[in-house]
Design a protein. Structure first.
Length: 345
């Protein structure tokens, strides 16, 4: 079989949820963000495992994503939609029993007209200028909204990956100004905010990336392991080239393995000549360009030809790959390809 295997350690995922839950006091609920297909790992499997670990509330980005989560966790646990209530969403929101986080007066009007007795929450903009009602808009709508009994009021931090950033305190202040004294549960923190301490926790935290083993939750257990099968191994003589564009010329005689994954699987072509795979504890550098379906790897250091090589595993996590590419672990996770066999344990 030439299909690479993406192993997803659901017990590590559950341990990460418990560890984040332990950051806050018992009265604070720890929810789970499972948008983007559970950060690329399979929303149904991830949500099911987290519900077993104790998560009692889930968040997705768009209504359609709620369907797989609803099917995985049964009819009762609440699922919220960050994107709110868009035109055409009413049927999914009702059928899958999803709670839209309404972001504007337009969404509020749509919701009250199309699903008058259906639960909803409110998203406020505390300074990020991405989603949510602005302070002035909220001031004029709060009375009407509160009379309808919103389920949750939330906002989102722009700089929570940097605990020392002054923006965190500014947003905390703005969120409190808009919500102090209201008799509605509140949420401000994702992973970064959950790690910043109790002032940021309010009634509910909604971590995503930390559950999946990514920064800023540096104490997280790794959740993903990517093992790629070797298709062919050859000797390459000093001075010969490897791969498209002859970007690698062998400085000495080498043993080179060709393995079955490439940029079509989310292994960015910008990693050409820049990343290392692993055979157990032995580092094996990528040689030359990343192809669509193949990588060529230096296995000269190994006593025997390997059957598989690891791109993600104990020696290298999503944030290590992200650092090479000047991006974040989130993008590596959500870019993991559809061609991998996803194996859950
Ligand atoms: C993605 C997202 C989260 C989860 O963020 P992490 O940094 O992955 O923990 C929480 N809230 C909102 C509004 C989001 O968009």
């Amino acid at each position: 079989m030439a299909q690479a295997v993406l192993r997803i350690d659901l017990s590590a995922l559950q341990a990460n949820w418990r560890a984040l839950d332990a950051q806050s006091e018992g009265s604070v609920q720890t929810a789970a963000t499972v948008k983007a297909n559970g950060y690329g790992l399979g929303a149904g499997h991830v949500a099911h495992a987290l519900a077993h670990a104790g998560a009692r509330r889930f968040f997705v980005a768009i209504a359609e994503e709620g369907l797989a989560v609803r099917a995985a966790i049964g009819p009762d646990l609440p699922i919220h939609v960050y994107g709110g209530h868009m035109e055409g969403d009413a049927r999914i929101l009702r059928d899958a029993n999803l709670i839209p986080m309404l972001n504007s007066v337009e969404q509020l009007t749509r919701h009250l007209e199309s699903l008058p007795d259906h639960p909803f929450g409110i998203q406020l903009d505390s300074g990020m200028n991405r989603l949510g009602m602005e302070p002035a808009e909220w001031a004029s709508l709060a009375e009407i909204v509160l009379a309808q009994g919103p389920d949750l009021i939330m906002s989102h931090l722009a700089c929570a990956d940097d605990p020392d950033h002054p923006m965190n305190a500014q947003q905390l202040h703005s969120f409190r100004q808009m919500t102090d004294g209201l008799d509605v549960p509140r949420s401000l923190a994702a992973t970064g905010g959950a790690l910043m301490g109790p002032e940021f926790h309010f009634d509910l935290t909604r971590p995503g990336i930390g559950l999946y083993g990514g920064a800023p939750f540096t104490a997280a257990q790794p959740v993903v392991h990517l093992q790629i099968p070797v298709i062919q191994v050859r000797d390459v003589a000093q001075g010969e080239s490897v791969g498209y564009g002859n970007t690698f010329i062998a400085p000495h005689d080498m043993r080179v393995a060709t393995i079955a994954a490439g940029y079509a699987d989310g292994i960015h072509r910008a990693l050409s000549n820049r990343v290392t795979l692993w055979a157990g504890d032995v580092p094996c550098p990528l040689l030359g360009r990343v192809s669509m379906d193949l990588l060529t790897i230096d296995v000269t250091a190994l006593p025997d030809d390997p059957e598989t090589l690891d791109l993600l595993g104990p020696h290298q996590g999503v944030d290590d790959i992200a650092d090479i590419l000047d991006t974040i672990g989130y993008e590596i996770l959500t870019g993991l390809g559809q061609r991998y066999a996803r194996v859950y344990s």
